[in-house]
Design a binder for this molecule. Structure first.
Ligand SMILES: C[S@@+](CC[C@H](N)C(=O)[O-])C[C@H]1O[C@@H](n2cnc3c(N)ncnc32)[C@H](O)[C@@H]1O
Length: 257
């Protein structure tokens, strides 16, 4: 199963069940973290007025719903039909709307004051694809609007390449029933990416997952955002509630047009 392929139905189902589980931070943030994070987002961007917000890769809509409670008008988009159905079902007010679709293909009829890209798929995109996505998002931004992204800053040294066998499955909790998992990490110097391969021993079969994460530095994020059209790019402290997955090097970036 390719974990960067969010159209894979088996993976969508696994991700959906993780997102619906409020006890962990996998797949989606826990409700407490979502509340903290959204409070910061509201205080940082709203400046005493209601915003039109695009929540990219909204999952079951935890952020969209929470931000709509502050009065903002939110459009959540996600490629997975199963999560969008859930998001729409639990929607408590008409300030939220949800769209099932690939963000690369979404042509919004409206523009947004704030585009959110948190806990996102950005690192699964190559430099060219990442730039194409940013240019596409920039086209949906009101002049004077803001783009907020949290993404990993990786380099060759972040993970140690090699193979390990673990007694318990700990990778994304995708196969908690596995008896063991063989974990293999490889750095690809040409692509500047890490490839994570996991083999899980389940009762009678072997499952395999594969995830490729591209290494972007802060300077590369800045270059891409400026190239896509934003005027200023600031790196801020990772806010309360943000995804920090056991100390992984996440950056919080605000770009303004
Ligand atoms: C890690 S989840 C985060 C969910 C949500 N933002 C949260 O923090 O609760 C990433 C989400 O991005 C969605 N996604 C992946 N690729 C996408 C694409 N090309 N267009 C829209 N959504 C996508 C996935 O289906 C998944 O629900």
């Amino acid at each position: 199963m390719d974990l960067a392929d969010h159209t894979n139905e088996q993976y969508q189902k696994k991700l959906y069940s993780l997102q619906c589980d409020p006890r962990n931070d996998k797949g989606a943030r826990s409700p407490d973290n979502v509340a903290l994070h959204c409070h910061w987002i509201h205080k940082t961007f709203s400046k005493k007025r209601y915003l039109r917000i695009l929540d990219v890769g909204c999952g079951i809509g935890l952020y969209s719903h929470q931000l709509a409670k502050y009065g903002h008008q939110v459009v959540g988009i996600d490629i997975s039909a199963i999560v969008i159905k859930h998001a729409a079902k639990i929607s408590v007010n008409d300030r939220c709307s949800f769209i099932c679709g690939d963000i690369f293909d979404y042509n919004s009829p409206d523009k947004f004051d704030l585009i959110l890209f948190t806990y996102s798929i950005f690192n699964t995109l190559s430099y060219q694809k990442g730039l194409a996505l940013l240019q596409h998002l920039y086209g949906m931004q009101f002049s004077g609007g803001a783009f907020y992204i949290e993404a990993l800053c990786l380099n060759k040294e972040t993970f140690e390449s090699g193979t390990k066998i673990q007694k318990e499955c700990s990778h994304d909790d995708l196969f908690p029933e596995a008896e063991w998992v063989l974990r293999d990490i490889e750095w690809n110097n040409l692509e500047q990416s890490f490839e994570f391969r996991h083999y899980y021993q389940l009762n009678t079969k072997l499952e395999k997952t594969n995830l490729k994460l591209y290494a972007y530095s802060e300077q590369q994020y800045k270059n891409l955002l400026i190239k896509a059209g934003w005027k200023t790019v600031d790196f801020v402290l990772l806010p309360p509630g943000a995804f920090d997955n056991a100390g992984l090097p996440y950056s919080a970036i605000i770009a303004r047009s």
